[in-house]
Each structure stands twice: as structure tokens, then as C-alpha cells.
Design a protein around this ligand. Structure first.
Ligand code: ADP
Length: 259
């Protein structure tokens, strides 16, 4: 840790300058700490599936198995590789925002269309889980945004709503407009989030339901990416949830982004 400049007795310019420098040092140190934490969390998350895959393959090589056991173990490895792939994609996405390489390309887009597109992207899951999807759009709503980045936001939210819902659950997506503010709510009747965890879901690598529902796989990065993108695109985001009742995510669009 870097030492701080002792503050002079007199509250003069030197005092102000020293205080400013000390504050700057605090911020630099916090950033370095966060980076370190991120790297260590990321390495842990990357290493876990690799260790599991290696262990499974080693067992398969050492001891001959019957075909069905082979198939089961290999399918398990494939799903771990998929998870790893997804994790790497998300880490790359996060790194891209950090480096600000992604420049915004705002254009006028139809919000309804982005949502319908996302729903059709997940139609297989919707059918497999028999999720009842309702959309309430009174008209076409237009916003000015970066379509590529905004689609990542919507896809993440829709996929979470489906992923954290049991069979036959409901998903309702509504757009409303009031006093030049457009709001879009994505409400599921899924497993919900414990109240102690709702405030943490935007943190990188945080997963709330992983112990109660180990069968639901994830990286804990999706919502942190969503939050970053919402800040970048000046979209308001709020999440509320109740365990075993469901989760509601509310997006609100700034007046200057409505065209
Ligand atoms: P993950 O890859 O774990 O899905 P996210 O960052 O997208 O990561 O979400 C963080 C955590 O927030 C999830 O692990 C889950 O516990 C909780 N969560 C997010 N969306 C929902 C939802 N619609 N319903 C219930 N829990 C959710």
C-alpha cells in the first residue's frame, strides 16, 4: 500500500492539494484491488471446469467403461466446454468495455422488434419448458441506441427469466410510455432471488441460487455485463424479486434517447 501525504495544519492550497492527491491514491488503490479480485475470480472460474473435464477424461482413459457410461461422461465434458466457452465470451465482452474499444453506434430502433427477436431466439427453451410468454405493446416504441449492445442486454434478461423459471412458468414483457419516458418490464414467475441477495446480483461472479439449484448453470457475469451496458447506453435498470414468486426487471429510457 502506498503511504498518504500527511495533511498540513493550515487549511490552505497545500492542504487542498495534499487531500486531492490522497483521494486520487485511494481511487487508484481501489481500482488495483478490484482488478486483482477480478483476475483471481476469473482464473478460479476458468480453472474449475478445466479441472472437472481433465478429471473426467482421466478416469475414462484409465478404466474401460460401457458405451452408455462413455456417452454420459463425454456429454458432461461437452456441457462443461460449452460453459467455458460462454465464460470466455463474457470475459472478452467485459474486457472490451473496460478498454472502451467498443464505440457506440446509435441508431433509431424499434424496441418491440428487439424483444420479439429475443423471444424467437429462445423459442426452443420456451417450448421445452412450456413457458407462457405474453407481450403487451400498445404500439411501436422507438429508441435511439446501439442495437448490438442493446440486444445483449435484452437477450441476457430474457434468457435469465427463462433459465430461472420452472416448467409452465409465465414471462410477461410490457412496454409503457408516460411523460416522455418509455419503460420496459420483463417479469417472470420463476424461482426468484432471496431478498438478501437482490442487491448483489449486478456484482461480477455473484450467483444467488447456485447452492439451492446446482442444476442451473451460469457464470455470474451476465447481469454485471447488463449493468455496464445500461450505464454506457444511459438506460435505467432496476430489479426486484421475491423468492418462489418471481423476478421483475424494469428498464427505463431517457428522453433524449427517444426519437
Ligand atoms: P448467471 O450466469 O449466474 O445467470 P447473472 O449475472 O446473469 O449470472 O445473474 C446473477 C444471479 O442473479 C444468478 O446467478 C441468479 O441467482 C440471479 N438471477 C438473475 N436473473 C434472475 C431471474 N430472472 N430469476 C431468478 N434469479 C435471477
Amino acid at each position: 500500500l502506498t503511504s498518504r501525504i500527511p495533511l498540513p495544519q493550515n487549511r490552505d492550497e497545500l492542504y487542498v492539494l495534499s487531500k486531492t492527491i490522497n483521494n486520487l491514491l485511494d481511487r487508484i488503490e481501489n481500482t488495483i484491488e478490484r482488478e486483482k479480485e477480478f483476475t483471481s475470480d476469473a482464473s478460479h472460474e476458468l480453472r474449475t471446469p478445466l479441472t472437472v473435464i481433465k478429471g473426467t477424461l482421466e478416469v475414462l482413459v484409465r478404466k474401460p467403461r460401457n458405451p452408455s457410461e462413455y456417452e454420459e461422461k463425454i456429454n458432461f465434458c461437452i456441457s462443461e466446454v460449452d460453459r467455458l466457452n460462454n465464460l470466455v465470451d463474457q470475459l472478452l465482452l467485459l474486457a472490451r468495455f473496460e478498454n472502451q474499444k467498443q464505440s457506440l453506434k446509435k441508431e433509431k430502433i424499434c424496441l418491440n422488434a428487439v424483444i420479439l427477436d429475443s423471444i424467437s431466439r429462445y423459442s426452443n427453451t420456451i417450448q421445452a419448458k412450456n413457458i407462457q410468454v405474453t407481450t403487451v405493446f400498445k404500439k411501436d416504441y422507438y429508441i435511439e441506441t446501439d442495437i448490438y449492445l442493446f440486444s445483449i442486454v435484452i437477450n441476457n434478461l430474457v434468457s435469465n427469466a427463462l433459465k430461472y423459471s420452472d416448467k409452465n412458468a409465465k414471462l410477461a414483457i410490457t412496454i409503457t410510455e408516460d411523460n416522455n419516458t418509455i419503460e420496459c418490464s420483463i417479469i417472470d414467475s420463476g424461482i426468484g432471488i432471496a431478498s438478501k441477495d437482490v442487491g448483489k446480483v449486478f456484482n461480477q461472479f455473484f450467483r444467488s441460487n447456485s447452492t439451492e439449484h446446482p442444476e442451473i448453470k451460469g457464470t455470474g457475469l451476465g447481469l454485471s455485463i447488463v449493468k455496464k451496458l445500461c450505464i454506457l447506453l444511459t438506460i435505467g435498470i432496476q430489479i426486484s424479486s421475491q423468492e418462489n414468486v418471481g423476478t421483475a426487471v424494469m428498464l427505463s429510457f431517457h428522453e433524449e434517447d427517444l426519437k
